[in-house]
Design a protein around this ligand. Structure first.
Ligand SMILES: Nc1ncnc2c1ncn2[C@@H]1O[C@H](COP(=O)(O)OP(=O)(O)OP(=O)(O)O)[C@@H](O)[C@H]1O
Length: 310
């Protein structure tokens, strides 16, 4: 990760409400220059609202947003020049052709990327002459990424980067994003895909009910989970799953396809093995692996909502 002293993005006490809904609640965050920050969180958590505030498209009710030292909601000219924003809604004229959209956006910047080259990288060459509304969902998604990156922005805000993309297109987009970062762009991306978060992001911010409940590297998030191990085995006889769930350290027990999966800490591993031995049950094919980012993320969100409901 390339860093300089001044962060590219700085949020202080950011709060944004819509009527009685508190969409973003007191978020402090700094994103270093050249960093790729992933934003994770359940639907409706406030991720897009936070992105809108960073883009200067939504005005906070309280707190401050600084993007490269300026308030993007006030200094629109600077924000438009320095930010590339991929939104969930493209907001283009329906009849605009793909080539026209790319040329239009390129014309906004001093040193844009070559539209034809970018279209090629994103598999849009054969669609250049079509109205953008005639594109498939995944192609529209790729066009929105192209429009966000065509101006060589200093900061790219990518909302649900690869939602709806097929696996090959997703890989193409990931390699483009990495290349853009290598060229110096700071990137904030919203994602629901843990594989994407793990592959691309230096750090992850987890948002839940408008608040930031975790901020760490992918490895740090996995390491900080209260249940860092996953046991998988095929029991030789029926196991009382509720008994396993009752052990200290066991966070989650699921079963399917004759396999039991237990997400747990070290004490829970010993308790489960002890229980199986006492019951004379053999754990065939026993594997104990480190929790994945998926499990760590679910654990962070689960602990937060348990705390909120207490
Ligand atoms: N323009 C708006 N008017 C009213 N309420 C809004 C508006 N935009 C967002 N909200 C509300 O604010 C909350 C946060 O929404 P937001 O879109 O930021 O969540 P999100 O984390 O991006 O969700 P998703 O993963 O579903 O895209 C939700 O309760 C949503 O209904």
């Amino acid at each position: 990760m390339t860093t300089t002293t001044a962060p590219a993005i700085r949020l202080r006490g950011l709060r944004k409400t819509y009527g009685s809904v508190v969409a973003v609640d007191d978020i402090d965050l700094e994103v270093a220059t050249g960093e790729i920050l992933g934003v994770l969180g359940p639907n409706g958590a406030g991720k897009s609202t936070m992105i809108d505030c960073i883009a200067g498209l939504a005005r906070p009710d309280a707190g401050t947003v600084e993007v490269l030292g300026v308030d993007p909601a006030r200094d629109r000219a600077t924000a438009k020049r320095d930010l590339g924003v991929q939104l969930q809604q493209a907001g283009l004229q329906p009849k605009l052709r793909v080539s026209e959209a790319l040329d239009l956006f390129a014309s906004f910047y001093d040193d844009p990327r070559d539209p034809a080259e970018l279209a090629d990288r994103l598999g849009l060459t054969e669609r250049l002459g079509h109205a953008w509304t005639a594109l498939s969902g995944g192609q529209q998604q790729r066009l929105s990424i192209a429009l966000a990156l065509i101006g060589r922005p200093r900061i790219a805000l990518l909302d649900e980067l690869s939602t709806g993309l097929d696996p090959a297109s997703r890989r193409d987009v990931w390699s483009l994003v990495r290349e853009v970062r290598e060229a110096g762009t700071t990137i904030v991306l919203v994602t629901h895909l843990m594989e994407e978060a793990q592959f691309l992001c230096d750090r992850l911010a987890v948002i839940e009910r408008g608040r930031m409940i975790a901020l760490d590297t992918p490895a740090g998030l996995v390491g900080s989970t209260a249940a860092p191990a996953v046991m998988r085995f095929a029991p030789s006889a029926s196991v009382a799953l509720d008994v396993l769930r009752s052990f200290d350290g066991v966070a989650d027990v699921t079963s399917g396809d004759q396999t039991v999966q237990v997400v747990t800490d070290d004490d829970g591993v010993l308790a489960v093995l002890d229980h199986l031995a006492r019951e004379g049950i053999r754990p065939h094919g026993l594997r104990i692996t480190e929790s994945s980012l998926d499990e760590a993320y679910l654990d962070v969100v689960r602990r937060e909502s348990e705390g909120a409901n207490r």
